[in-house]
Ligand binder design. Structure first.
Ligand code: COA
Length: 261
């Protein structure tokens, strides 16, 4: 029997979610989003869980949404509302998660592989980490409130390079803008994140939760409203000729042809 695409481990108050679809560069399927949303919702309620860690493989964090899933969803004749999809449950869960979220990122972190980090409290990166937000290159627009959070973090011009040009940036650049806390050798990254998570798990949970709530302040409502607005635009764009061309081109391993679009 093959291993699940999402591995979950509980130890010492820390729940670790490991992306385990390395042959497909840890791209996320609907089933993976659903599984992660369930783990997060349970972890929010379960008193023994004090912190959640996301980690991938030492060679790849996540290549973002599964593009085969995008292609199928874009072709649905009666598409489910975006807010009924597992990805929406996952994005809501990370945006509202009341306890600390920590991430260990090595290798490519594409699309939601990067935007999910905007909802983490601590992020540690291997020096091989490469962040990319190629939404426009896929005929899409930002999600996970990245259209709000990234300009706040990077400033408008650098956010435009990331979100409009879709230019990748490496771990050191991510450190400079504050997207990651520390850059470490890739083989040490998961251990560093775990050690920080254990430190958090040893602290009084109610004080941590209040601190997180106060630090987020009114931003959580703004984030949820932006995610809703992005979801509407994203769903429409997913069905556009440009997106279909981009998804098909990726699957067929060729360059997209956007002429006339
Ligand atoms: N969805 C579905 N399959 C994906 C995928 C994705 N997002 N990303 C990678 N894969 C698959 C590839 O199709 C390939 O499958 P195959 O072995 O059956 O041909 C396998 O994973 C390996 O990918 P490959 O592109 O050969 O690896 P690489 O090391 O050369 O490049 C990436 C790695 C992550 C840079 C590259 O795969 C990539 O750009 N992926 C797409 C990222 C993306 O646009 N995501 C959506 C963001 S919204």
């Amino acid at each position: 029997m093959s291993e699940p695409d999402i591995l979950v481990h509980h130890e010492a108050g820390v729940t670790t979610i490991t992306f385990n679809r390395v042959d497909k560069k840890n791209s996320f399927t609907e089933a993976m989003y659903g599984a992660m949303a369930e783990v997060l919702n349970a972890a929010a309620e379960e008193a023994s869980v004090r912190c959640v860690v996301f980690q991938g493989d030492v060679t790849v964090f996540s290549a973002g949404n599964d593009i085969g899933d995008f292609l199928r969803q874009g072709g649905e004749t009666q598409p489910a509302p975006f807010t009924d999809r597992a990805v929406w449950r996952f994005l809501n869960a990370i945006a509202t998660f009341p306890k600390p979220l920590v991430a260990a990122v090595c290798g490519p972190a594409v699309g939601v592989g990067t935007t999910l980090l905007l909802h983490c409290d601590l992020v540690y990166a291997g020096d091989n980490a490469a962040f990319a937000l190629p939404f426009v290159n896929l005929g899409l627009c930002p999600e996970a409130a990245s259209s709000l959070l990234l300009p706040k973090m990077l400033g408008m011009h650098r956010a435009a390079e990331a979100l409009m040009l879709g230019e990748p940036f490496m771990a050191e650049a991510a450190l400079e803008v504050g997207l990651v806390n520390r850059v470490v050798p890739p083989t040490e990254c998961n251990a560093v994140a775990q050690a920080q998570a254990r430190k958090l798990a040893a602290k009084p949970l109610s004080a941590l939760m209040q601190t997180k709530r106060l630090m987020k302040g009114a931003q959580t409502q703004e984030v949820l409203a932006r995610m809703q607005e992005e979801a509407g635009a994203f769903s429409r764009l997913m069905r556009s000729p440009a997106a279909k061309e981009a998804f098909s081109a990726f699957m067929q391993k060729r360059k997209p042809d956007f002429s006339g679009m």
